[in-house]
Design a binder for this molecule. Structure first.
Ligand SMILES: *Cc1c(COP(=O)(O)O)cnc(C)c1O
Length: 356
């Protein structure tokens, strides 16, 4: 049975990406070798990483000052790497706390300097995006999490900011047409919107680097990775290849602007059902709803297990809510189709009819 994959991460990949990935494991680029067993310094692979870099830059429309890196360690490594590279011990950084991932980023940054949490939505279980705060001019940077994967909120507007703006975009990168040049550093684990687990995309402005006093271990130093073209150590070759295929696919969908149109239709269809079906209700402020992670609960908690079982039977995968919210979380990342979204909406309608 076809599985409609709504998992929060790792998540659904386009059919064509999976097919080409499998092909490359067997015989990469007609070399007679697998992509898993060739040199990362071979021309066959350097072509891959160069194209991945240039297509990422193109899709984000990044200014020339930006470098795009493909690093190990996932989003979590960036929580510390950002602070290690940008925050001196005697300086401070500003953070906005909008959920579990922001909180983790804050904890890690505190190891390197002072952190001022200028706003938080913890008071209401992270069900909204804080709107009023002032950004200290003397902070080294402001860090935000543009989409809160666990709670299902997303910044609809990027904060105006005169200090460098740093963003964890792990769960909404390239899902909408925003001005990426508003940021000074963007990072995203690939496994939600742009590929397979094992690689993290970092886009950083060169002009913000090399300004702190702390010695940085080479493997954690963005400057070292820039100098070595993300090949300071053996890069995660297969994850980068999958990323390239996904970025190519995204370009075919019309890039960020093209996929945004589809993402709007998917999110609208599901939120409409949540708002009109009496069995369900959303868990976050309407104006801050995420298009990527849709969180909802059932009015009657006792029905949740039955609905979950019904969805499983219908081939819906990965819709269980995170334990900190409960209920359901449906992830509608770029590769999830409108058809899958409609299939879930139909399941919700059908379940309501049976229960009426
Ligand atoms: C998934 C996620 C992370 C963690 O990424 P890892 O690659 O598992 O380290 C960090 N931030 C956000 C917003 C996420 O969604």
């Amino acid at each position: 049975m076809y599985q409609h994959n709504f998992n929060a991460g790792p998540s659904h990949l386009p059919e064509s990406v999976l097919k080409q990935s499998i092909g490359a494991i067997k015989n990469f680029d007609d070399t007679g070798l697998s992509i898993l067993e060739i040199s990362h310094r071979s021309e066959n692979f350097t072509t891959v990483i160069e194209e991945a870099r240039s297509i990422a830059k193109e899709l984000m429309n990044l200014e020339d000052d930006f470098e795009v890196l493909f690093l190990h360690g996932g989003g979590r490594t960036q929580f510390m790497e950002v602070a290690m590279n940008l925050l001196d011990n005697d300086k401070k950084a500003a953070y906005i706390d909008t959920g579990t991932w922001s909180s983790k980023a804050i904890e890690e940054a505190q190891l390197f300097g002072k952190v001022e949490v200028i706003a938080s939505s913890k008071d209401k279980n992270y069900s909204y995006i804080p709107q009023s705060y002032s950004i200290p001019e003397d902070a080294s940077y402001l860090h935000i999490t543009t989409n809160n994967t666990i709670y299902g909120t997303e910044y609809q507007n990027i904060p105006a900011c005169t200090i460098p703006l740093v963003a964890d975009m792990s769960s909404d990168i390239l899902s909408r047409d925003i001005n990426f040049n508003r940021f000074s550093l963007i990072y995203a684990g690939a496994q939600k919107n742009i590929g397979a687990a094992g690689v993290t995309l970092v886009a950083v402005r060169k002009s913000i680097l090399g300004k702190i006093k702390r010695p940085i271990p080479a493997i954690m130093d963005y400057c070292v990775h820039i100098k070595n073209g993300s090949m300071y150590n053996t890069p995660p070759v297969f994850a980068i290849y999958t990323c390239l295929l996904t970025l190519r696919w995204l370009k075919e969908q019309g890039g960020a602007a093209g996929i945004e149109k589809m993402n709007i239709r998917k999110a609208e269809a599901l939120y409409h059902e949540i708002d009109t079906n009496p069995l369900f209700k959303g868990t976050v402020a309407k104006e801050d709803r995420s298009r990527m992670n849709v969180c909802f609960v059932m009015e009657d908690k006792d029905l949740e297990k039955e609905f979950a079982d019904y969805c499983k039977k219908e081939g819906m995968y990965g819709i269980k809510g995170h334990r900190s919210v409960g209920g359901f979380r449906v992830s509608l990342y770029n590769a999830v189709s409108l058809e899958s979204t409609k299939a879930l909406v139909q399941a919700m309608e059908h379940f309501a009819k049976v229960k009426a």
